[in-house]
Every structure is written in structure tokens, then in C-alpha cells.
Ligand binder design. Structure first.
Ligand SMILES: N[C@@H](CCC(=O)N[C@@H](CS)C(=O)NCC(=O)O)C(=O)O
Length: 243
């Protein structure tokens, strides 16, 4: 059946997917959410004509928009919102490129390397029974590919943790003047970007997936130690007000 409703393809576990999903919700876009399995995601992306394999991507009117930032720009335009400022763009780019990559590597370097059976249920939680079985059988191979692609390991996890710590200090610094929002007086895509990318560390109850995620032990200790940091308190506050 053909419909004109845009379809957003996501991994449940992905913070970039949460970012795109939140933006579509925020801008009041009607869309269908489709969870995909690792492996299948690349095949669908190729069939749709997306330049890369990564989720999130949005398919609509015979074209595809890939990448959380591009999806937000499309949603902003579609909803007739004021285009984002350069300051928003800078914050979003940095959070995507630095914290986005290293929060993920910090988590997977412990979870996927040492406790892989805790990761699989998050990847497969919204998939059909048949797909769950398929991923279960291929899990060893998928894990190896992910470990190589993201360069995971104990030392890499420590490296990424230090980078995440520094990026939290950057946001702590921005919030030090008591501002409610990162740019200007209103909620913006910079807030969506930072809150969603850091949500794996803040575990806000309003998050559609991480509200039920258990982190591996060393990361759980770090998160407990960081719990009162202004940035992570701010992420929980933004989620409670805007998600
Ligand atoms: N900067 C991109 C990053 C997207 C990304 O890294 N997606 C990951 C999931 S978190 C992915 O699909 N990885 C598998 C692949 O690249 O094939 C965005 O904002 O959308």
C-alpha cells in the first residue's frame, strides 16, 4: 500500500535516531516509525537511494533524507519554523560529531565487548519474532563487525570516557550562567540535539527506550558519579518539559 506518510527508519538503541524522532514529534510531523535490524538497515538505505547506510533516514515522496541534522532541517522547513541560527548549528555539529560518537563508543566498549547479551535485546526489542531469531543467529558476526567499525576495546572505552567528560564540562560551562536553554530564550534544535545525544548518560524516564536500559557496571558507576553534573540534570529537566 502506498501512502504519503513519511517513514522514519531507526535502531531503537541509537541516540541519533532518538534525536530525529524527537524533532519530528516536536515539529508536529505525522510519520511512521519503522524499527530496522542491523544489516537490513543498510539494504533498505541502498534501495531507497540513501548515500550511506546509517540510520536515521526518512523516506518520503520517493526520496530519502539521511542523518539526524538533515531530518531536523527538513522538519523545521516543513513546519514553517524560523530557520536555526548559526549558534544552534555549531552546538549541534559539535555534539553530533564528538559526544555522539564517544558516548556510543564508551557504552559499547564495555557493553558489547564484555556483556553482549545485554545489547541484543535493545537492538531487537521492537522487531518481529522472525527477525529476532535471525539477529540471534547472526549476533556473533554482527558484534564483530560493530567492534571493528567502532574500534571498541577497554582502552578505547577509557579514551572515549575522557572525551565525554570534557564535552560534559563544555556544556556545564554553557549552563553556568543559569540559562534554561542553550541558545536564546526558547527551546531549539540545539536543546534537542544535546539532550538526545547525552540521554544515554542521563537516562530520563520520558526517553522511549533508555528508561529501561541497564548499563554495564563500570559505566553505571561513572553515571552515578556524574549524576549531579549540571548538564545531566539539565538533560533530565529538558526531557521532562519537552519530550
Ligand atoms: N551523524 C549521523 C550519525 C548516524 C549514525 O552514526 N548512525 C549509526 C547508529 S547510531 C548507524 O546507523 N550505524 C550503522 C551504519 O553506519 O551502517 C546522524 O546524525 O544521523
Amino acid at each position: 500500500m502506498r501512502t504519503n506518510t513519511p517513514v522514519l527508519y531507526v535502531f531503537a538503541i541509537s541516540h541519533y535516531c532518538e534525536k530525529a524522532r524527537w524533532a519530528l514529534d516536536h515539529f508536529g510531523i505525522d510519520y511512521e516509525l519503522r524499527y530496522v535490524a542491523p544489516g537490513e538497515h543498510g539494504e533498505i538505505a541502498r534501495k531507497l537511494g540513501a548515500p550511506k547506510s546509517s540510520v536515521p533516514y526518512l523516506s518520503l515522496d520517493g526520496r530519502v533524507i539521511q542523518g539526524s541534522a538533515n531530518i531536523i532541517s527538513w522538519a523545521e522547513e516543513k513546519s514553517g519554523s524560523t530557520p536555526f541560527s548559526a549558534a544552534c548549528g555549531e552546538i549541534e555539529r559539535r555534539i553530533d560529531d564528538v559526544a555522539g560518537v564517544h558516548v556510543r563508543r564508551f557504552y559499547y566498549s564495555e557493553a558489547l565487548v564484555e556483556y553482549p547479551s545485554t545489547v541484543r535485546p535493545i537492538f531487537t526489542r521492537d522487531l518481529s519474532f522472525a527477525k529476532k531469531m535471525k539477529i540471534g543467529l547472526a549476533w556473533g558476526k554482527i558484534r564483530k563487525i560493530m567492534m571493528a567499525r567502532m574500534d571498541l576495546g577497554a582502552q578505547q572505552g577509557e579514551e572515549s570516557k575522557a572525551i565525554v567528560d570534557a564535552e560534559l564540562a563544555w556544556i556545564d560551562g554553557l549552563l553556568a550562567d543559569g540559562r534554561d536553554y542553550l541558545v536564546g530564550d526558547d527551546f531549539s534544535r540545539a536543546d534537542i540535539a544535546v539532550a538526545s545525544i547525552l540521554s544515554p548518560l542521563a537516562l530520563p524516564p520520558e526517553h522511549p527506550v533508555y528508561n529501561r536500559v541497564n548499563h554495564p557496571p563500570r559505566m553505571a558507576d561513572d553515571i552515578t558519579r556524574w549524576e549531579q553534573r549540571p548538564t545531566l540534570q539539565w538533560v533530565r529537566d529538558i526531557y521532562s518539559k519537552h519530550r
